[in-house]
Design a protein around this ligand. Structure first.
Ligand code: XUL
Ligand code: CO
Length: 445
């Protein structure tokens, strides 16, 4: 292995508790701490994402890269640079103490001039990754194929007007699914970054929907053919880079899957900032997924409330994360998914060590939210109040309606003869909000 890149950090980041002022220590995240009988690390299954941290130089649409990422600087030997990038990434994962990572095919492998070259580059880097995984114990949370950066995908991948582009995307996904399987990946993600439109004037919505469904069928069929046991996940996002993206939100994705006979094959990889771009809260998206059997995995980040785009910042609000975590605990946990930090440094965070500060803060925030959510679930208060609100549905009338034994005419007759007389009940929203805050404020750190 080449020399250390993050020389300021010599050993793994340790838990020191809230009393510690050491910026390079966890204040709340304690992997082995038991929460509801399960290790904190096993609840959160945190992952580092390769693209923002190691494959992005800090460019934005107005300026050049600002970050210290020498392997991106352009070299005569792209494979050497890719190997250096992989070495630094694993150095970071182990020093941070992250059990998982995620990557796109293109994050790790140079594209080369042909698909065959790309495939062999990827295979070589996957061999390196397998060796690092073996040596460090770091595991692959999910793999994915980048179907949005190369200009060939300007008009979409599966939803491209040109079937040759569809074929190209299919080839890329087939190979990356197999690489993910080879590396023991526990999930495979499809984010349809350019599956959408810039203008309806040149777009055939019916055709593009059919193409997209065909693509998802092909991927699911291949998963079964090769015996990949991980989850297939679709990552909803309403827009950006396209004006409108078809996988708008969890509910839209579920509707699409049901309409095309794909129910049960895919779950959702929910990203906090995508939820807010869709006009939802992150809590809403997680709750919808949990309620519909679509909860797959989480891309942990946040937006900026004043900016209308995907700022991909590291999470730092316990308030924002407690209720999503509550939904997750209540529905049995996130595994085999996890919390991948799909988050990037600010462009001015140019010290190497900033990458540690970002992840440490994100992990501590998630850990704190987990503690508050677990405390709330354990108390059972919210669940008791929620159940009491629907108590009528356990009675004769409620069971008869849901059991299908009452017609509209029979219901009319009962209302008309006065035997049904609804009484209003308070929704008690403020009381519930206070209850949530109490659990956040009182959490035992
Ligand atoms: C883009 C985004 C992607 C996916 C993986 O907004 O979230 O990084 O998570 O392709
Ligand atoms: Co994402």
């Amino acid at each position: 292995m080449s020399e250390d890149f993050f020389t300021e950090v010599t050993g793994p980041i340790r838990f020191e508790g809230l009393g510690s002022t050491n910026p390079l220590a966890y204040k709340v995240y304690e992997p082995d701490r038991l929460v509801l009988g399960k290790r904190m690390e096993d609840h959160l299954r945190p992952g580092v994402c390769f693209w923002h941290s190691f494959a992005w130089p800090g460019t934005d649409m107005f300026g050049a890269g600002t970050l210290d990422r020498p392997w991106l600087a352009g070299t005569d030997d792209e494979m050497d640079a890719a190997r250096r990038k992989m070495a630094v990434a694993f150095e970071f994962f182990t020093k941070l103490g992250a059990p998982f990572y995620c990557f796109h095919d293109r994050d790790v492998a140079p594209e080369g001039r042909t698909f065959a070259e790309f495939r062999s580059n990827l295979d070589a880097l996957a061999d390196d990754a397998a060796a690092y995984q073996e040596r460090t114990g770091v595991r692959l949370l999910w793999g994915t194929a980048n179907l949005f950066t190369n200009p060939r995908y300007q008009a979409g991948a599966a939803t491209n007007p040109d079937p040759e582009v569809f074929a190209y995307a299919a080839a890329q996904v087939k190979h990356m699914l197999e690489v993910t399987q080879r590396l023991g990946g526990e999930n495979y993600v499809l984010w349809g970054g350019r599956e959408g439109y810039d203008t309806l004037l040149n777009t055939d919505l019916t055709r593009e929907g059919d193409q997209f469904a065909r693509f998802l069928h092909l991927v699911a069929e291949h998963k079964h053919r090769i015996g990949f046991t991980g989850q297939l996940l679709i990552e909803p996002k309403p827009m950006e880079p396209t004006k409108h993206q078809y996988d708008y939100d969890v509910a839209t994705v579920l509707g699409f899957l049901v309409r095309h006979g794909l129910e049960g094959e895919y779950r959702a990889n929910i990203e906090a900032n995508h939820a807010t771009l869709a006009g939802h809260s992150f809590h809403h998206e997680v709750a919808v997924a949990a309620a519909t059997g679509m909860l797959g995995s989480i891309d942990a980040n946040r937006g900026d409330p004043q900016n209308g785009w995907d700022t991909d910042q590291f999470p730092n609000s316990v308030e924002d994360l407690t209720l999503p975590l509550y939904e997750i605990l209540r529905s049995g946990g996130i595994a085999p998914g996890g919390f991948n930090f799909d988050a990037k440094l600010r462009r001015q965070s140019t010290d190497r060590i900033d990458l540690f500060h970002a992840h440490i803060g994100g992990l501590d925030t998630l850990a704190m939210a987990l503690l508050a959510a677990a405390d709330m679930l354990e108390s059972g208060e919210l669940e008791r109040l929620r159940e009491a609100r629907y108590a009528g549905w356990q009675g004769d009338l409620g069971s008869a309606i849901l059991g299908g034994s009452l017609t509209l005419a029979e219901l009319e007759a009962r209302v008309a003869d006065g035997s049904i007389e609804p009484r209003r009940a308070s929704g008690s929203q403020e009381r519930l909000e206070n209850l949530v805050n109490r659990h956040i404020w009182a959490v035992d750190r």
